[in-house]
Design a protein around this ligand. Structure first.
Ligand SMILES: NC(=O)C1=CN([C@@H]2O[C@H](COP(=O)(O)OP(=O)(O)OC[C@H]3O[C@@H](n4cnc5c(N)ncnc54)[C@H](O)[C@@H]3O)[C@@H](O)[C@H]2O)C=CC1
Ligand SMILES: CC(=O)C(=O)O
Ligand SMILES: [K+]
Ligand SMILES: [Mn+2]
Length: 353
């Protein structure tokens, strides 16, 4: 029987509430499936850890994580304690980069039992493949002078390797879906990186004659996400464009609290990291009302990645059953707690088997 060694990093804020909730669901999934088990090891790396130790994770933190099959993370960031660029670059982004988690896979679909804020949307089911290792998120740049003479430069970095890897991943994914890839571009305003992105996209697409393609500027694409999201299948994007687009993907489903994500090490050389789209939500942390569905659906993505699609699909069905029964947290205009939603999802999984 397979035993999966998973590192848990709840992180900050609601991460500490939704990770334990999702772990309960993953344990229930293993029990129902009967063909595998989990071994979870929790790490307290977070902004509170930083206040005590001056670092977000110990010096050998990455060495420690390397021994695990995958990482299940909540969210990082508590700006009242630690500046966001320090906390995120000291933990979340450090793991993504060091473990070459080159793409971030972020689905959005209209769920049964959930009212989208869009009026009368056609059913949509899309996946954003976000480049996850470079782009607009870079540490290249600097500043000179002070006061009115202050000058700040932040460089974007687009490598052929990173760009092609993300775009190709999107095409491969589209093969097993509805065979359409949209490229998120902005080559009308950004004169070097985005024309380069377009060029690589056009080169890669010649390897996939059966896949239809569209190239759309990110501003129009954002509007289309609201007006006609059903038109999209796979969208490939740079790091920042994908970041923004996937909060919007969560929003059109009903809440960013339900949007799942997976940071994938494509070669399988390092652990991949599964963490929802949302952040640590300091505004609702500690109240027991965080929506656990984003983290739980992220758990389904972990199961899919491990080859357990059947029980993964059971989780999504149980999520939809729970929504249909009206058991929802306040972000979905309900009055259930994190705990109540989690228990209902587990009960609905058991009901279906
Ligand atoms: N991957 C990560 O670890 C991310 C970390 N962050 C960090 O999180 C902190 C807060 O960032 P924000 O910009 O406020 O984004 P956020 O995603 O934490 O929250 C935005 C809004 O969505 C709500 N929300 C988010 N997740 C929810 C859930 N599961 N259930 C119910 N409501 C939910 C929040 O209450 C808030 O009103 C910052 O430190 C930020 O840097 C932000 C995004 C991603
Ligand atoms: C940092 C952040 O917002 C994200 O990776 O989605
Ligand atoms: K997250
Ligand atoms: Mn984000």
């Amino acid at each position: 029987m397979n035993k999966y060694e998973i590192a848990l990093i709840p992180g900050d804020g609601i991460g500490k509430e939704v990770v334990p909730a999702a772990v309960k669901v993953l344990e229930a999934a293993a029990e129902i499936d009967g063909g595998f088990s989990w071994s979870f090891t929790e790490f307290p790396w977070s902004c509170e850890y930083y206040l005590k130790h001056g670092v977000m994770m110990p010096e050998d933190g990455l060495e420690t994580l390397k021994n695990f099959q995958h990482i299940f993370l909540g969210a990082v960031g508590m700006p009242s304690l630690v500046p966001d660029h320090v906390s995120l670059w000291g933990l979340l982004i450090k793991i993504r980069r060091s473990f070459e988690q080159a793409v971030n896979i972020r689905p959005a679909k209209l769920l049964r039992g959930l009212e989208s804020p869009l009026r009368d949307p056609k059913p949509f089911d899309l996946i954003v493949v976000r480049e996850n290792s470079e782009g607009e998120y870079s540490e290249i740049g600097g500043s000179i002078h002070k006061g009115m003479d202050e000058v700040v430069i932040q460089n974007n970095v687009f490598t052929r390797k990173g760009t092609e890897r993300a775009i190709r991943y999107g095409f491969e994914l589209a093969k097993s879906r509805r065979k359409h890839v949209t490229s998120a571009t902005k080559s009308n305003g950004i004169v070097y990186s985005m024309p380069f992105w377009d060029r690589v996209f056009n080169e890669v697409k010649t390897d996939y004659p059966d896949i239809e393609t569209t190239s759309t500027h990110i501003d129009a694409l954002a509007a289309y996400f609201v007006m006609k999201p059903h038109l999209f299948d796979v969208i490939v994007s740079s790091n920042l464009f994908g970041d923004i687009l996937t909060d919007l993907g969560g929003a059109i489903m009903g809440s960013i609290g339900i949007a799942p994500a997976a940071n994938i090490n494509v070669e399988g050389k390092y652990p991949s990291m599964f963490e929802p789209v949302h952040g640590s939500a300091p505004d609702i942390a500690g109240k027991g009302i965080a929506n656990p569905i984003g983290q739980i659906w992220t758990g389904k993505m972990l199961l899919d990645h491990l080859g357990h699609q059947e029980v993964g699909n059971l989780i999504l069905e149980a999520i939809e059953d729970t929504l249909e029964a009206g058991i929802k947290t306040p972000d979905l205009k309900g009055n259930a707690t994190t705990e109540e939603v989690t228990s209902a999802i587990i009960a609905n999984m058991k009901k279906r088997v």
